[in-house]
Design a protein around this ligand. Sequence first.
Ligand code: AMP
Ligand code: MN
Ligand code: MN
Length: 328
Amino acid sequence: MTQFHDLLRAERRFLLTGHEHPDGDCVGAQTALSHLLQALGKEVVIHNPDPLAKAYGFLRQHTRFGHHQAAEPLPAHDVVVLLDCSQLRRVGQLGDRLRAAGKPIAVIDHHVGSDRGDGQVCYVDAKAAATGALVRRLFREFGVPLNLAAAEGVFLSLVSDTGWFRYSNADAEVFTMAAELVAAGVDASKIYDQLYRQNHPDSAALLAEALGHASLRCAGRLAIAGLDKDYMDRAGRADFDTDAVLEPLRSMVGIEVVALLKERFDGGVKVSLRARGDVDVQRIAAAFGGGGHQKAAGATLKLTLADGLRAVEQAVAAALTATGGQVS
Ligand code: AMP
Ligand code: MN
Ligand code: MN
């Protein structure tokens, strides 16, 4: 047992949070951890920087999700657990308030460098496919059996971060856990339906439009697309998840990097990078102040969309040149 386990045992009121626009790994891991802590007799609130996306609404059946509202006080807590990220600056304004509240911070994360984040105690493994897999390990270490809600949470984490077991991080632990979760009652195809078959009637047109904005650069090794505020506004109103754009772009022969840039309403640009092959997009994202994994990383740029597209193309060109081959 480590300092991390000691903290879990010792403290009473836990506030679970995660990165802005929490994805399936983040909310799945929070779901599972909240049930573990409750089984240990703790008080738990999940309090995120942004609301739970509609696609994850099925989690609410057994688990409560709250989110930051500037006018409301923070939920009372003795300790903060940061899941699927390791820095309070990734938690937006809620992160500033949590920092000011000054309670101890524990991190559960699987990103490169997460042991050097804001956590006073950490439970991290950059080789783990998903944060939810780490929470599954914690259940074992505390000798607590998974209930169905926690099993669904871990399953959501695994499928979110492995692209439904397609990516290279889908290792033996992932498949072993998945088998065990299905045996415990998780209905995989029902979860797939809830995640991907409840799309707005405009979603196909929005996908086509986004793909139409993509262009091939660096001698066909980079696919890059920029989505402006007008597009993001329409996508937001249709609850369209722009991650759907990444995989068709990554599927083309010759592509080594995909870059998707989204103009933010507060100014700036959110960039998502995906790699195929040896390029390390985590290093590219880190150079822009972001981070992630070798094959999936992101950053937020304080640039216009046009300047962001140029800067990212340049950085990817430099990385591709370093791995050898032509970029023009
Ligand atoms: P995304 O493109 O937002 O799906 O992110 C891909 C991966 O990079 C995820 O594991 C994210 O948690 C991580 N990531 C995204 N944005 C950032 C950032 N600004 N700083 C650090 N990691 C990030
Ligand atoms: Mn995440
Ligand atoms: Mn993750």
